[in-house]
Design a binder for this molecule. Structure first.
Ligand code: GTP
Ligand code: MG
Length: 370
């Protein structure tokens, strides 16, 4: 049910909270300034104080943001979005680095510098692949809990000298819960004590059956250090993506997800966004979570300014008025007024949730004290 705190209600009417409390007491309700009341009561109080009430519901705010379907003719193939997961020290970062470096065309010096937490490479089979760098397991879970599905394929890195470990199992469970296919990268095969066969049989215990054991999970033996079989891994990803038949409509207003966001001293709020549908343009008015802005610049993974970004394309977005949060959905809206309406509402929701949380904490503290 919709609720509002006394403080927030008073603020919105520009009335004193004591007057609100007094009115409620007249009606026999004993309340404190931090208490929340239901929307109907709030409306009565507001009308009693001579205010007209317009209630904005979640549905008014979200309507039209994410729900329009695309027709089959509008859909065009898009690159797969890949997240690398696995146990600590099994070589996730090394593998990402090796793939990126191996993929840099000579002469493209700036290509090595990674500016954002996501980047694209070209598969030996043609076509692009988008890698997301950041999501640790916690971020992956948080994003999934918030309904943000960004990953199409999980590459599960298992070190051949160490085998299946707790976070390997966790990653398998994450991928399964998100219904995202796995590709197993058995890493560190350059090591003398590498036992890739053991990894394969250990994975069986967790119902991951790789192709060489008759299953349907693609597997590649790699070495990030020796740069072995990186092409094979990219090929496996492309093959898996073909099976998934990934498509999106590039000719519509953009939607996407914030992968990470920070406040940069010189540039202001900077959000790394993965565009998932449509095309994002410089000048668009965007909403992400409780923040909005007009896109001032878009910067790709090589640090170059671009004027637009289509499906599966990761870009840094400059121009937000505040810093959104990782996992926030991004949408383009038609006007700044609309953007304000949506984000004002979400800011209020956030404040009220925070107030309700601290009230609960206070309540339980008081109970503990008494
Ligand atoms: P966390 O981010 O801490 O979970 O680790 P990670 O999975 O990103 O592993 P990282 O890439 O940092 O590698 C861990 C260690 O393994 C480093 O010392 C790497 O040099 C080493 N390493 C990674 N890949 C290979 C490989 O293919 N062969 C060998 N011999 N060493 C590797
Ligand atoms: Mg790492």
């Amino acid at each position: 049910p919709e609720t509002i705190s006394i403080q927030e209600l008073a603020n919105r009417m520009a009335e004193r909270a004591v007057d609100v409390i007094r009115l409620l007491m007249k009606q026999g309700q004993m309340v404190k300034i931090t208490d929340v009341i239901d929307a109907d009561t709030a409306q009565l109080i507001a009308e009693e104080l001579g205010h007209s009430v317009r209630r904005v519901a979640e549905s008014d705010v979200e309507e039209g943001l994410f729900d329009t379907a695309d027709t089959a003719e509008e859909l065009v193939s898009r690159p797969p979005v890949v997240t690398i997961m696995g146990h600590v020290d099994h070589g996730k970062t090394s593998l990402l680095d090796a793939i990126r470096k191996a993929n840099v065309v000579s002469g493209e010096a700036g290509g090595i510098t990674q500016h954002i937490g996501a980047y694209q490479v070209t598969s030996p089979l043609g076509g692009k692949i988008t890698f997301i760098d950041t999501p640790g397991h916690a971020a992956f879970t948080a994003m999934r809990a918030r309904g943000a599905k960004v990953t199409d394929i999980v590459v599960l890195v298992v070190a051949a000298d160490d085998g299946v470990m707790p976070q390997t199992i966790e990653a398998i469970n994450h991928a399964r819960a998100a219904k995202v296919p796995l590709i197993v990268a058995i890493n560190k095969i350059d090591k003398p004590d590498a036992k890739p066969e053991r990894v394969r049989s250990e994975l069986l215990q967790y119902e991951v059956q790789v192709e060489s054991l008759g299953g349907d999970t693609l597997e590649v033996e790699v070495s990030a250090k020796a740069q072995t079989n990186l092409d094979k891994l990219l090929e496996a990803i492309t093959l898996q993506a073909e099976v998934l038949d990934l498509k999106a409509n590039p000719d519509r207003v953009a939607e996407g997800t914030v992968i990470e966001a920070k406040l940069d001293r010189g540039r202001g709020p900077v959000a790394t966004v993965l565009v998932q549908r449509g095309t994002l343009h410089v000048g668009d008015i965007v909403v992400a979570g409780a923040e909005f802005g007009r896109v001032r610049a878009l910067i790709d993974d090589k640090g170059a300014n671009v004027t637009e970004a289509g499906p599966s394309f990761p870009v840094e977005v400059l121009g937000f008025n505040g810093t959104p949060e990782a996992g926030d959905r991004l949408a383009v809206v038609e006007s700044e007024a609309r953007a304000r309406e949506i984000t004002d509402y979400r800011q209020r929701q956030k404040r009220e949730k925070a107030a309700a949380r601290s009230a609960t904490v206070r309540g339980s503290l008081e109970q503990m004290m008494s």
